[in-house]
Design a protein around this ligand. Structure first.
Ligand code: LLP
Length: 443
């Protein structure tokens, strides 16, 4: 990421703005997002994939996965960079629509969409509804019939490839809620994925746009994408053989891994685009089918590295451990603004950013202000030994799945999302107030 640059006096700047000014103007905790960084990442993914797939003669669309972070302003940025938006609920869909993104540039996901979500998607003419079960195929077809429209659908399949972290595994059977398995049943019965595709083809109210595969998140080994793409192309060829229907599109999902800690290396969009393009070209040639149009759904890799969380240190407490002393540094937020360490054991990096310190580093743990001991922001990090109350602390790479998974645990108000660019800051999402919290109380 662009990260934090240090100014002459050692204080960090992000998007050209001094973090002390950000804290003074917007308060802490605050999510800070660098607009140029977001736009550059969005553009980098779009251009890398367009270029690599143009070389094999295929088109490609990039859908930003709004679950990573979505607000009206943010949706405008990524849409202006030529991305469409993948939404996973009615709320995400309305956010993108409010930003002026046309329905035709939206996709709607979800393993249990409500009737209202489906009706609304049809009403605004979403570009595609990704269906996830047989029940849902009938539900969407009935809704389309009622609305007098044809619904563009993709069928979400599971290829047996699960990736994330540093490796992928490939198993025949899936024990998770998403998608329709490509593994054939016993006695050679059709796989659920094929059954679903045939069910879509059988309903005239549905326009079978394509097949969708999402293999995981925070993936750092790109080979899983290639294996999954090959399987999906094979399924497409099989459907064509049986029905004469050659689906026009394949979506390869999101999951491109980012660097959370210093020294970690993110997936490079240019490299992965080239590798996947080369591999799908080979598969299609082997199958003897023309290439479909492709799409991808990156979320984390666009929003994540472009965001940081700014906290103020409240207390510092040395605690004796079995092998020495650990300095517990409490900040003014915690698991309500970043649940990822508690939920996934996710590792983050923190720095004192309001000043430069030459003090000897100490082993520290950054913790929040919530009423439980699992409220950890950064498990292990070296901070300057003179870290003290009032210091500004930045946690890097919190732009994805931070604000979007935030809660009001302990009735904390959720932090604002502050955008920075060219030395100026503006509010994308304001800080919640206690009045906001209490506005819902009716009893
Ligand atoms: N497309 C589909 C169908 C997805 O399910 C997801 C993520 C994405 C795209 C975007 O994946 P990304 O590029 O952001 O990895 N809360 C977890 C991540 C959950 C991801 C779920 N699906 C976390 O904080 O790590």
């Amino acid at each position: 990421s662009r990260g934090v640059e240090r100014g002459a006096d050692g204080a960090a700047r992000v998007g050209g703005v001094d973090v002390r000014d950000l804290a003074a103007q917007h308060g802490t905790p605050a999510y800070v997002v660098d607009e140029r960084d977001v736009r550059e990442r969005a553009r980098a993914y779009r251009e890398a994939f367009e270029m690599a797939f143009a070389e094999i003669g295929a088109g490609v669309d990039v859908y930003y996965a709004g679950k990573a972070f979505l607000s009206v302003g943010f949706a405008r940025w990524v849409h202006a960079e030529g991305l469409r938006i993948d939404t996973a609920s009615g709320g995400e869909m309305e956010t993108a629509l409010r930003a002026g993104v046309p329905g035709s540039d939206l996709g709607l996901h979800g393993n249990n969409k409500s009737d209202l979500e489906i009706a609304r998607a049809l009403e605004v003419g979403v570009g595609r509804i990704i269906v996830d079960s047989l029940v849902e195929i009938e539900r969407v077809a009935d809704a389309a019939a009622a609305a007098g429209v044809r619904a563009p659908v993709m069928v979400r399949v599971t290829t047996g490839v699960h990736a994330g972290g540093h490796e992928y595994i490939s198993t025949a059977h899936e024990d998770q809620k998403f998608g329709l398995s490509m593994a054939a049943g016993e006695d050679g019965q059709d796989a659920p994925a094929m059954v679903a595709l045939l069910a879509v083809v059988a309903r005239p109210e549905l326009d079978l746009l394509g097949i969708h595969s999402h293999i995981g998140s925070q993936i750092l080994d790109p080979s899983g994408f290639e294996v999954a793409a090959e399987k999906v192309l094979g399924l497409r060829a099989e459907l064509a053989q049986r029905t004469g229907v050659l689906v026009p599109e394949i979506d390869l999902g999101g999951g491109y891994g980012i660097a959370y800690l210093p020294g970690e290396v993110a997936l490079d969009p240019a490299r992965i685009a080239k590798d996947v393009a080369a591999s799908v070209a080979q598969s299609a040639a082997r199958l003897g089918t023309p290439l479909p149009r492709f799409s991808i759904e990156p979320g984390r890799s666009i929003a994540g590295p472009a965001g940081l969380t700014l906290y103020t240190v409240g207390t510092v407490k040395p605690v004796r451990t079995d092998d020495g002393v650990r300095t517990y540094v409490s900040v003014d937020g915690g698991m309500s603004d970043n649940i990822r360490p508690a939920l996934y054991g996710a590792a983050y990096h923190a720095e004192v950013v309001g000043r430069l310190s030459t003090a000897e580093p100490v082993l520290a743990r950054v913790v929040g202000k919530h009423c439980e001991s699992g409220d950890i922001v950064v498990h292990d990090v070296y901070l300057p030994g003179d870290v003290e109350a009032g210091d500004l602390l930045a946690v890097a790479a919190t732009g994805a799945y931070g604000r979007s998974m935030a809660s009001n645990y302990n009735m904390l108000t959720r932090p604002p999302v502050v955008a920075v660019r060219d030395g100026a800051s503006g509010v994308l999402v304001r800080r919640e107030t206690v009045d906001d919290l209490l506005a819902l109380d009716e009893g």
